[in-house]
Design a protein around this ligand. Structure first.
Ligand code: GAP
Length: 441
C-alpha cells in the first residue's frame, strides 16, 4: 500500500486532500475503468466508513439526543404532483447560457460576461434550466408516466406530516428528520465532491407555531454551527451568513447559511431556512387534504411554520477532511495526519502485532475481537511498525494498539495516540474501557 505523499506545501491543501482520498480509498471517480462520468464519485472503503460516521454524528445530534424529533425514510421516486405543488417543477431552475463559440454551457450567475473555457463573449441569453432529473415509471415512456428523482428529501417529510402527527402523537414544536440521496442536474458540478449531481442530504423539518418561527430559526442556526465545531472544525473556519433577498429559494422567507472556509474561499455547508407554511399550504391546496394542526388548549387550528436545517453529508465530509488535514514531523520524518474527530475517523482503532510471527496471532485476534464489539477496527500486520503508524495517521485512526512479545507474558499492550504520538501500556482487560473513555463524547 502506498504511504508516500506529496506535501501540501507543493500541491496545496485541496490537491493534497483529493490525492489522499484517491490513494487511500476514500473517494474514487465513478466507473473509472470506463473513463468515469463527469463529477460523479464512488465512496471507497474508507469513504463509505467516514460518510456513515458523518450521518451517524448528525443523527446522534438531531434525533438520538432529542425528544422532539422523529425520523422518516421516504421514497426517492414519488407522485409528480408533489413537485408541482412544491414549486420545484416551475421554479427549481438555474439560469443557463451557451457559448456560441465552443458550445460549453454555464450557469449565468457563476460567470462574468465571457465564456470561462474559450473567452468568447458570444453567449446566448440566460434561460431557466430545471435541475430535476426526469424518468419514467413503468414500461411506457409517456407524459402520464413521468416521475422525478427527488432534488431534496424535504418534500417526503411534508407529504407525511399528517401521518407522523397522528401516528406519533406529536404537537408543534416537533421535527421530522431524514437522511438520503438527492439528485440535481447541476449545470456546472465541480470542486471534487463539493457540487455533484448525486449527493446526500441530512434534513430536519421543524414544525412550530407560526409566531415562534424567528426564535426557532435563531436556535437552529446556533445548534448547527455548534455541531461542526463539536466534530472538530475550528470556529474561525466557520461563519453564519444570512442570505440577501435575491438569493432566497422560492419557498424561503429567510435563510442563513453555515459556511466553511474552503481552499477557494467561503462556501455553503448547510442552509437554515424559514420555509413558513409555504409547503404545507401548497400540499393542502393541491391535495385537498387539510394539513392543519388542531391545538386542543386554544381550540384553534393552524398550519405550522417550518424551520429547516438542510446539510449536505458528502459536502460536510469534504469539509471535515480539509479541516483535519495536517503535516508534521515525527522522529525526523514528515508525516501527513488527518486529525479527525474519533467518531468521524473511518477506523477508531488499529490493531498492530509487532511481528507477523504466528506466536502473536492468538492474542492479536483476541484483542481485535474484544475491540470490534465497540469500534471499527483494522488489523494491520504488514511492514515496519513505523510505516504502519504513518499509514494509520494518514487515514485519521486515533488509536493504534500494539501487541509485542512481552504482551504474551504480561497480557499488556501499548496504546499509541495519533495526535501526541504518546504511548501508554495497559492490561488487555482494561483496553475497551480506556478507549471508550477517550472516544465517547
Ligand atoms: N431542502 C433544502 C435544500 O435542499 P439546499 O441549500 O439546496 O437546501 C442543502 O441544499 C445542502 O445540500 C447544501 O447546503 C449543501 O451542503 C448540499 N448540496 C446542495 N447541492 C449540492 C450538490 N449539488 N452537491 C453536493 N451537495 C449539495
Amino acid at each position: 500500500m502506498p504511504t508516500s505523499f506529496e506535501p501540501a506545501a507543493n500541491t496545496g491543501l485541496f490537491d493534497a486532500v483529493v490525492n489522499l482520498c484517491k490513494r487511500r480509498g476514500f473517494v474514487f471517480p465513478s466507473a473509472e475503468i470506463y473513463g468515469g462520468i463527469r463529477s460523479t464519485y464512488d465512496y471507497g472503503p474508507l469513504g463509505a466508513l467516514m460518510l456513515r460516521n458523518v450521518r451517524e454524528a448528525w443523527w446522534r445530534a438531531m434525533v438520538q439526543e432529542r425528544d422532539d424529533v422523529v425520523p422518516i425514510d421516504a421514497a426517492i421516486l414519488t407522485n409528480p404532483k408533489v413537485w408541482e405543488a412544491s414549486g420545484h417543477l416551475a421554479t427549481f431552475t438555474d439560469p443557463l447560457v451557451d457559448c456560441r463559440n465552443c458550445k460549453e454551457r454555464w450557469r449565468a450567475d457563476q460567470i462574468e460576461d465571457a465564456c470561462p473555457n474559450c473567452g468568447s463573449k458570444d453567449l446566448t441569453e440566460a434561460r431557466p434550466f430545471n435541475l430535476m432529473f426526469k424518468t419514467y415509471v413503468g414500461p411506457v415512456e409517456a407524459d402520464s408516466s413521468v416521475a422525478y428523482l427527488r432534488p431534496e428529501t424535504a418534500q417526503g417529510m411534508f407529504v407525511n406530516f399528517l401521518n407522523v402527527l397522528t401516528t406519533m402523537r406529536r404537537k408543534p414544536p416537533f421535527g421530522i428528520a431524514q437522511i438520503g440521496r438527492a439528485f440535481r442536474n447541476e449545470i456546472t458540478p465541480g470542486n471534487f465532491v463539493f457540487r455533484t449531481r448525486e449527493f446526500e442530504l441530512m434534513e430536519l423539518e421543524f414544525f412550530v407555531p407560526p409566531a415562534d418561527s424567528p426564535r426557532w430559526h435563531r436556535y437552529w442556526c446556533d445548534e448547527r454551527l455548534a455541531w461542526y465545531t463539536r466534530y472538530g472544525i475550528a470556529s474561525e473556519k466557520l461563519r453564519l451568513r444570512p442570505h440577501e433577498k435575491e438569493e432566497l429559494s422560492h419557498y424561503s422567507a429567510g435563510t442563513t447559511d453555515v459556511e466553511f472556509f474552503f481552499p477557494w474561499g467561503w462556501g455553503e455547508l448547510e442552509g437554515i431556512a424559514n420555509r413558513t407554511d409555504f409547503d404545507l399550504r401548497a400540499h393542502q391546496e393541491s391535495s385537498g387534504t387539510s394539513l392543519e394542526y388542531f391545538d386542543q388548549p386554544t381550540g384553534e387550528s393552524y398550519l405550522p411554520h417550518v424551520v429547516e436545517p438542510a446539510a449536505g453529508a458528502t459536502r460536510a465530509m469534504m469539509a471535515f477532511l480539509l479541516a483535519a488535514y495536517d503535516e508534521d514531523e515525527i522522529g525526523g520524518e514528515r508525516r501527513a495526519v488527518l486529525r479527525l474527530h474519533p467518531r468521524l475517523a473511518p477506523y477508531q482503532v488499529a490493531v498492530l502485532p509487532l511481528s507477523k510471527k504466528d506466536t502473536l496471532a492468538p492474542l492479536s485476534r483476541d484483542v481485535l475481537h474484544r475491540l470490534q464489539r465497540y469500534f471499527m477496527c483494522e488489523l494491520d500486520e504488514t511492514q515496519s511498525i513505523g510505516r504502519r503508524y504513518r499509514r494509520q495517521d494518514e487515514i485519521g485512526t486515533p488509536y493504534c494498539v500494539t501487541i509485542d512479545f512481552e504482551s504474551l507474558e504480561d497480557r499488556q499492550v501499548t496504546v499509541r495516540d495519533r495526535d501526541s504520538t504518546e504511548q501508554t501500556r495497559l492490561p488487555v482487560e482494561d483496553l475497551v474501557a480506556h478507549l471508550l473513555g477517550r472516544l465517547d463524547i
